[in-house]
Design a protein around this ligand. Sequence first.
Ligand code: PLP
Length: 479
Amino acid sequence: MPEATQNTEQEGGFEPPEGGQNTEQEGGFLAGAALKMTERGKFMSQEYGFDTKKVRAGYEPKDHKYAVSPPIYQTAAYDFRDVENAAALFGLREAGFLYTRVGNPTVAVLEERVKALDGASGAIALSSGMAAVSYTLLNLAEGGGRILTSPYLYGGSADSFKKIYPKFGISFDWARNLFDPDKLAEEIKPDTKAIYIESVSNPNTFLLDIDAIAEAAHKHGIPLVVDNTVATPYLYNPIAHGADIVIYSATKGLNGHGNLIAGLVLEAGRFNWKTEKFAHFDEKYYTLRDAEGNLRSFLDVFPENPFTARLRFNFLNYFGAALGPFDAYLAIIGLETLSERLAKQVGNAESLAEYLKNHERVEWVRYPKLAEGRQGELFRRDFPRGAGGVLAFGFKGTREEREKFLNSVRLFHYHVNIGDSKSLIVNSPQTTHGELEPREKEAADIPENLIRISAGLEDSADLIADLEQAFRAAGLGLY
Ligand SMILES: Cc1ncc(COP(=O)(O)O)c(C=O)c1O
């Protein structure tokens, strides 16, 4: 049987297993739907604190030959025990692993761990943040529709929204009233399928009243999607503020070591998908039939996590952006120090922001802790642990001086990533957001002199000294 059709030749249908049935195999492509109170369930029940979950959730050594560190299951496929087992797996009567494109035990640990950290009902790991963005949008609006979105987005997201999705029938409206959720509601059209925002925007670190935006979305029967990449679950929990879908580029702070590309999609499990607008969630499939042969939908079979289940079986399964087990392992290890890394990065970013705000050659600094007015209020209300390691400033000087400054940094890495353990600096308008046309940059409030910093784990005094010598090398510190 060709691998690509593995879920289409089932025998019989899926009987949701009894709780605890999956004790032999940790996770699987049915994780979340089939598993209730296994060992992992304890972590999902909020019994443990955030830091305990970040090193323990989703993994039981006794299920893996007592290995303390999650093994890397570097395999493409999994032997069937016997013909009955093959039939049960294909019939979705038994949870387990068939083929690493749709599920892998190491990847499942990552999914379960982030699911526990975010308090989600379903999670799926993918091979990049962009796969998380694209599969989410296709799952929401396949066949056509609109997404109401923010001008304050990662450049790759913004450019793809403009250039690629309209060719698939998905159009984007750039919200004019993001900071006024009552008015924002007026921008929701009959065929709008979701609101899509970033919790802490890249590169400007703008904050939004996500609770109020979620309320506006829900009043109109649409879900709120939040890209929580910059904040990470340590600094902000979008689900607790009303989000229905959460996206991560795990390439960034979640993993935190700049050594992999990965993405995740999570769902809160509260949204009512059983509406005309989301009829595709109630579409009946032969592959989801029950023991009597009655066809069923994702809503019937996966009532707690229909979004990520549908994303797994339709988009991951057939579009194929699977995360490799080795990268999943690296992400699991990276997550173990999430709180410690983010706390240090917040401290370093705050020191850098303080230094820059007083610098003669800095026009402005964007960092939520320094913000006044509504941004400052949102920061104090929603970000008690700080708003992350990313900040932006406006370089005061000519283009040549700006380029000399960037060419002169020694300790900072000059490249496009964020959330690494090493500090990074970049001229976003010419690189990460270089796809945006001048009027789009203006709408996104990204002036040409913006420089983005992602604070790492070095000593803040060394980072400040590096910026100072670069200002001087550019001929700017000689006042
Ligand atoms: C906020 C945000 N979302 C999504 C992405 C895309 O993630 P990836 O590079 O892992 O595909 C990025 C990448 O920079 C990002 O900054």
